[in-house]
Design a protein around this ligand. Sequence first.
Ligand code: ASN
Ligand code: ZN
Length: 353
Amino acid sequence: NMVQNVVGTGNSQYNGSVPINTTLSGTTYKMIDGSRGTGGTFGAMAITNANHTTSAGSVYTNASNTWGDGKQYIAGGSTTDANGQTAAVNAMWGLMNTYDMHKNVLGWQSLDGNNTATYIAAHVNTAYDNAYYSDTCKCMYIGDGGSYFNNLGSIDVIGHEMGHGITAATSNLAYRGESGGLNESGSDIAGEAVEAYARAGGAGATLPSPGANDWMMGQEIAKNGQPLRWMYKPSKDGSSPDAWSTSLKRLDVHYSSGPNNRMFYFLAKGSNSSSTSDYYSKYLTKAPLAMTGIGLDKAYRIWFKALTTKFTSSTNYADARLKVLAAAQELYGVNSAEAKAVQRAYAAINVGA
Ligand code: ASN
Ligand code: ZN
């Protein structure tokens, strides 16, 4: 009856061979991480097989502690990965890194900060080209990919989905209009922060310099070179604006996220007048003041504090600016370079001065 926490080998699709936490009960290995999260549906962080339905299904089990073949799922299963374990490996690796980044950098445990365990259901639906968070199950569903994407389990996409869980447990930004764009942007920001943390080795209490992540959501999963979103230049998708305007609130939340994504990129990496010269005449009345990027670590601490302790469900871009600024002032000082950088980053997307 004893359940042991053990470490297995996962052959992931996007990150090579990775150590994944599993349990051993009798002679059966289960894809449960007994060290991350308590309670919840499975008692700890877990990966299930939705098996092409929209329900969670049951936790992945295996006779050995080596999982997956690192290859894209093939309908009907492949000879080397008959149960589609690679999708489960992708999911567990993304969750472990998302959990660790928030715990180690921010002291925030799991979705709610109280360490309630979450899980991912892999293989949701058939040839499903998306992934989503559900607050009903406090869990995430990850598709195998279809026309546009391979398995949706890249680290940044999993960080994005778990980010929705953190937002739902805190500010609960309403998923429409400007607040919905900020909700989406918060998830993209979380996804990139997790990606940077994982790429730098997944350890320590600070985020690495902004160059460790690619500032594109789901670049690894793209079949045709088109990621889900370009944070450094949102308009590259043909639908997202690069700056705020009064019509922003009418866009789909995955497009109205664009300006805030760009604000965060500027905050971490810096900006000058040439960064915005392409939309200067369209949106801005004065040239943005040059700003030195404050780095990903400080930028994410400021954003996370505002998102989880200051934003409300109806926060819009103007309110976000005030609250992100207040967070920067509390963390680094009223007249700090960090606070100034927040003002300039928002001004560069046409919010405030
Ligand atoms: N992947 C999308 C997202 O997390 C799914 C959705 O539109 N809710 O934003
Ligand atoms: Zn989202």
